[in-house]
Write a protein that binds this ligand. Structure first.
Ligand SMILES: [Fe+2]
Length: 243
């Protein structure tokens, strides 16, 4: 498989990976204005982008997901939780769903908390092994930090859901799995994020201070440390769900 990570605006990380043998690829969390970069990478790899996935409805930057999907003819995908709320047709993803991308398999893990529709994507390269090699965690789990519960008014409830998502789903993955987050330091999506754009499940389990807390302490700490809301947050969310 090939794999690219793009460090872009608002300390956001986007991903582009796929299978050169079967000439197919997926784009994850593209930022508006970066569509050309994905198209150019696809051209270099000689692949077709079959799926464009947003790990959640973003509130800190404008997504380029729909624009890119339109340009490359791929399916624009969000978690099924967006059905009804999102005013346009999209490919809805459900927990446990597996997307075949040639020799690569992308498995959807629903991890509500940062937002109700947040997903993580566990990626397997069948040429290397039958189990996932890495996980894209969106804003659910960051390097050295945890994503903020993004919905004003429901912070405590969502922080509790995030604790459950982390401990029941993400941290049950094997320690050697690489973790690729949705942001690095400088993002408003979490407090205390590392500037390093990759970690492992095992390293975070050992050293991420948020992960050694009991549920109650976690909810307290996460809701106490919420960074200021991005100024255009409501406008951004509105743009992402509008027809
Ligand atoms: Fe986010």
């Amino acid at each position: 498989m090939f794999f690219r990570q793009l460090a872009t605006k608002e300390a956001t990380l986007s991903y582009f990976f796929g299978c050169a043998t079967y000439q197919v690829a997926v784009a994850i969390d593209p930022v508006l204005g970066d569509e050309d970069w994905f198209i150019e990478e696809a051209r270099k790899q000689n692949v077709k982008i079959t799926h464009v996935i947003d790990t959640h409805i973003h509130a800190d930057h404008y997504s380029g997901g729909r624009a890119l999907a339109k340009r490359c003819g791929g399916l624009y995908c969000l978690h099924e939780n967006g059905v009804g709320r999102v005013k346009f047709d999209f490919e809805s993803l459900r927990d446990g769903q597996r997307i075949d991308v040639g020799n690569v398999v992308v498995e959807v893990i629903h991890t509500p908390g940062h937002t109700p529709d947040s997903i993580c994507l566990a990626v397997t390269d069948r040429r290397r092994g039958d189990a996932p090699w890495f996980v894209l965690t969106g804003d659910s789990m960051l390097v050295g930090a945890i994503g903020r519960p993004d919905l004003a008014g429901r912070e405590r409830e969502l922080a509790g859901e995030l604790y459950d998502s982390l401990h029941r789903r993400i941290l049950t993955l094997p320690a050697e799995i690489e973790l690729y987050p949705g942001h690095t330091s400088g993002s408003a999506c979490g407090a205390g994020i590392s500037g390093k754009p990759v970690s492992t499940i095992g390293f975070e389990k050992r050293w991420n201070p948020m992960l050694s807390m009991e549920r109650g302490a976690f909810v307290e700490a996460l809701t106490k440390s919420i960074p200021p809301r991005p100024t255009e947050m409501d406008k951004m969310v509105a743009a992402h769900i509008a027809a």
